[in-house]
Write a protein that binds this ligand. Structure first.
Ligand SMILES: [Zn+2]
Length: 323
């Protein structure tokens, strides 16, 4: 709660005023603020449950909590990804099956060709909040769902939509949910181990002065939060890089499935509205959780050059017949 109140001015500036300045946001202040409060409520409920469970772990295993805590955190991430599409996302947006067969059928055909067990694609009404084009795969095990937003439907051609949806399918086929969970689990384990060492050292040094007895003492929560948030801040470029690598894999899957290099390049340009097209390598490493527009257009054109249309490869064969 306190964190929310303290970060509210930046939040307001970054996600309300800036978004309006650039013309992405469509919401007035009151509906925007209402959604902020709902998100805060959800975060408070989830955060409180997590803290209660973690403190139970701290009390039972004050020396090895970082191992058990990692297991708790990973299970928690699984549970949240499982319930989010069913219980959390409907609080903000409406998901309905995509009905236009001209768009739906080519998407479902690609899903079938890749053994993805979805029979329908969902359309999200994002246009009342933003003008941004986007799509996603959400959920885990039984709740997996492929969705695209209404801005994408309005602003993109069929080749572009197929390309975007093939990218999303790549996340599913390449098991990115499980892979990212594993990477995050490793980051959490390292983070908790470091936190355990630093926290104990700080308590030995200043514990008496601060009135903090040990990890299981709730008075140590601010110290715990300080250490963990510093770790997350330092880790940001690495987290972004792990995500960006899976995004590049999904791009490669997408182009091979949709076979729409021009569509891919066009979409990369459209995303340039909110993502710097040609960042420096350092900017890309620190801030980018997706490949840059330049990298994506490069990939699309490399693919196009390597995959000449069917007609041309037959001419090449007639010119140099095999022995
Ligand atoms: Zn993606």
């Amino acid at each position: 709660m306190l964190v929310y109140v303290l970060s509210f001015p930046l939040n307001l500036y970054e996600y309300f005023y800036r978004e309006h300045q650039y013309g992405f946001a469509r919401q007035r202040f009151v509906p925007w603020f209402r959604e902020q409060l709902i998100a805060l409520g959800v975060a408070l409920i989830i955060g409180t449950i997590l803290l209660i469970v973690l403190y139970a772990v701290f009390r039972r295993a004050p020396r090895t909590w970082w191992i058990w805590g990692t297991i708790v955190a990973v299970l928690f991430l699984c549970a949240v990804t499982f319930i989010a599409p069913v219980y959390i996302e409907p609080l903000f947006n409406t998901y309905k099956p995509l009905s236009n067969p001209e768009i739906r059928d080519p998407i479902v055909a690609m899903a079938r060709a890749n053994e993805i067990p979805v029979k329908q694609v969902f359309e999200v009404d994002a246009s009342h909040q933003t003008t941004r084009v986007s799509a996603n795969v959400a959920g885990f095990l039984g709740t997996t769902r492929i969705a695209l937003n209404d801005n994408l439907l309005k602003e993109c051609t069929l080749p572009e939509i197929r390309e975007v949806m093939a990218h999303e399918m790549g996340h599913y086929v390449l098991n990115h949910g499980a892979k990212l969970l594993t990477y995050f689990g490793i980051f959490i384990l390292i983070g908790f181990a470091l936190t355990c060492t630093l926290f104990d050292a700080a308590v030995r040094q200043w514990g008496a002065k601060w009135g903090v007895r040990g990890i299981a003492d709730p008075a140590g929560l601010p110290l715990l939060v300080l250490i963990l948030s510093t770790f997350i801040f330092v880790l940001t470029p690495f987290l972004n890089t792990v995500v960006r690598v899976t995004e590049r894999e999904a791009d490669a899957f997408g182009i091979n499935t949709a076979r729409e290099p021009d569509g891919m390049a066009e979409v990369a340009l459209k995303l340039g509205a909110y993502r710097k097209l040609s960042p420096t390598p350092v900017e890309e490493f620190i801030f980018f959780d997706h490949p840059s527009g330049r990298a994506r257009i490069r990939m699309a054109m490399d693919w196009k050059a390597a995959n000449p249309p069917a007609g041309e490869s037959t001419t090449a064969e007639t010119r140099s017949p095999s022995p």
